[in-house]
Write a protein of this length. Structure first.
Length: 573
């Protein structure tokens, strides 16, 4: 090979090497550019997504990290922020017969042995149901709400077919307390019965569930009410009890209880039978608790002006029926004596003087003719005769017979009677200061003032003495009504009620305590009437809830009843 040829070959190799290097460099640059473009595209996509979310474009799912972390259902709290219902992560016990694939054995041990092991972990386990599921290989929940320590014990069994999936569970940290107010959440995630049902959409709304819903309920008052009602119910072997504490100026329900109660954390067959709300859904003839309302209507109409005037107290004979008192109270009584001794005969005569039209209008203005005003879905319709009542019917309605309403109706009526005469609807939502509804006037302010005096006299000298709590200036009225049956009224089955207000010199709260079919026991001196069973419940309850509600005992003040006291024998003492 000549030197020229070698030189040419070397030169050609150098050119080819330079070309290869340039090509490799260009390829590397193209790759870097491509990666940069990909990163730029990802960044642009992220920025567009952020901008889209910022203007509220994404509504089909979680639109922010904060929203994604929120529970699927909002919190319900009492008026002070104490949680009444909330979600929390929980474990469930699930049987998966295909855990090892089709044809694989679902369990290591026999179904009976596994059931026995589970019974040792969960003492209340429904053995028959679980054994049947394990034998038949049917997939499903063996148990909901499994505690962490119990989950560990299940893991230790070594059964692959027993799975413990993590779920979100609705929990009621106060247990059975306020169960009829709250209701519960069913397995399908929907609220049932109480405020869970009423607020279902609000609690499930992604844009709202971060803020707790505050109810009007005060859990301290609720706990005291349930405690005293339960004590009173058990002491006289009553079949049930109901109670309510109502703010007379705003209509806020501070506490509402129906006993026996159910457990919203564990809805079973027994719990389903106890969901009926005696305060808002059951209607009763509430007896003599209606007498003050009748007297208020008569005062307002100008039919009762002279409280010293004496009325015939002998039995009333009308339309083949006789209206009489439980025992002889004298031949005549004035209005204070009539209320103190709870006379049916004098109330009937005052009602007759007032007339059906005006009594009916007053009760209509108090909402007694329609379902009670409150947010709960369970609201009973009163037994209210829409046609003309006539004289006899009007007389019996005047003392609480022939008309059946809920205890909530009664509470709202008493609130209007003592707060200056304004009726307002009851509410389970917290009312902010100055935001109470205007309401409607039912009684004159002067009538309301007189009724405060008369109610206080009943607690001092009449059937309400057992409800008087020293320093709290309690006023109120008893009611003991026979329950109707197929053959007429059942003399041995009573509904005993005490409707109270405190403090009477500046009314703040109405308290209703009702017992369904109480028995005469040693605790009630073998009496079945409200003076001996319902009134003592109120007498114990008010000193417990008064300080919590900002009402402290004061022995230096009271309602001025000096002008009425002289009309009652022994009232000057």
């Amino acid at each position: 090979m000549t030197s020229l040829t070698v030189s040419t070959a070397i030169s050609s190799g150098r050119v080819r090497l330079v070309s290869d290097r340039q090509e490799a460099l260009l390829t590397a640059r193209l790759r870097v550019l491509l990666v940069a473009m990909i990163f730029a595209l990802v960044a642009l996509t992220a920025m567009l997504r952020i901008a889209f979310l910022g203007i509220g474009g994404g509504t089909s799912g979680p639109t922010s990290l904060e929203e994604a972390l929120l529970p699927p259902r909002g919190v319900i709290s009492d008026r002070n922020g104490i949680a009444l219902a909330r979600n929390y992560p929980a474990r469930a016990l699930w049987f998966n017969p295909d855990a090892l694939g089709e044809g694989g054995p679902p369990l290591v041990k026999s179904p009976a042995a596994v059931t026995a092991d589970l019974k040792g972990i969960f003492p209340d386990l429904d053995e028959a149901r679980v054994l049947q599921m394990l034998k038949t290989g049917k997939a499903g929940y063996l148990r909901r709400r499994v505690l962490p320590e119990d989950a560990n014990r299940v893991f230790e069994l070594g059964e692959i077919g027993l799975e413990l999936p993590q779920e979100t569970d609705r929990h009621y940290p106060q247990g059975t307390m306020a169960a009829h107010v709250l209701g519960y959440v069913a397995a399908d995630g929907d609220g049932r019965v109480g405020m869970e049902q009423v607020l279902d959409q609000r609690l499930s709304d992604p844009s709202l569930r971060g803020e707790p819903v505050q109810l009007s309920i005060d859990m301290r008052v609720q706990g005291a009410l349930e405690d005293e009602l339960r004590r009173g119910m058990l002491s006289v072997n009553a079949m049930g009890a109901a109670g309510i504490v109502l703010d007379v100026d705003t209509g806020e329900v501070m506490a509402l209880a129906s006993l026996p109660e159910f457990d919203p954390n564990k809805i079973d067959e027994r719990g389903e039978k106890l969901m009926f709300n005696r305060v808002t859904n059951q209607v009763y003839e509430l007896g003599s608790t209606f007498k003050p309302l009748t007297v208020a209507a008569a005062i307002d109409a100008g039919e009762v002006r002279d409280f010293a005037k004496r009325y015939d107290a002998t039995p009333v004979e009308i339309s083949g029926h006789t209206i009489k008192d439980s025992h002889f109270l004298g031949n005549s009584l004035n209005i204070p004596e009539m209320l103190i001794h709870s006379s049916n005969t004098v109330t009937a005569r005052v009602t007759d003087q007032l007339g059906e039209k005006r009594l009916r209008q007053t009760l209509t203005d108090l909402g007694m003719h329609e379902r009670p005003y409150v947010e709960l879905p369970a609201r009973g319709h009163p037994i209210w005769q829409s046609s003309r009542w006539g004289r006899l019917k009007s007389m019996t309605v005047g003392f609480g017979h022939g008309i059946a309403v809920t205890p909530l109706h009664l509470a709202s009526g008493y609130a209007a009677m003592v707060n200056g005469g304004i009726w307002r609807p009851a509410t389970l939502n917290k009312v902010e200061p100055g935001m109470a509804p205007k309401g409607r006037r039912v009684f004159k302010a002067s009538t309301s003032s007189r009724m405060r005096q008369l109610l206080r006299m009943i607690s001092l000298y009449g059937t309400g003495r057992n409800a008087d709590a020293p320093g709290y200036r309690v006023g109120g009225k008893t009611g003991s009504a026979e329950k109707p049956g197929s053959g007429g009224y059942r003399r041995t089955s009573l509904v005993s009620t005490f409707a109270a207000v405190f403090p009477m010199d500046r009314p703040r709260y109405v308290v209703i305590a009702m017992l369904d079919e109480p028995k005469g026991t040693t605790a009630s001196s073998f009496q079945r009437t409200a003076a001996w069973n319902a009134a003592p419940i109120v007498g114990r309850l008010i000193p417990r809830i008064g300080p919590v509600l900002g009402v402290r005992p004061d022995m230096t003040r009271d309602v001025d009843i000096s002008d009425l006291r002289r009309l009652v024998p022994g009232g000057s003492h």
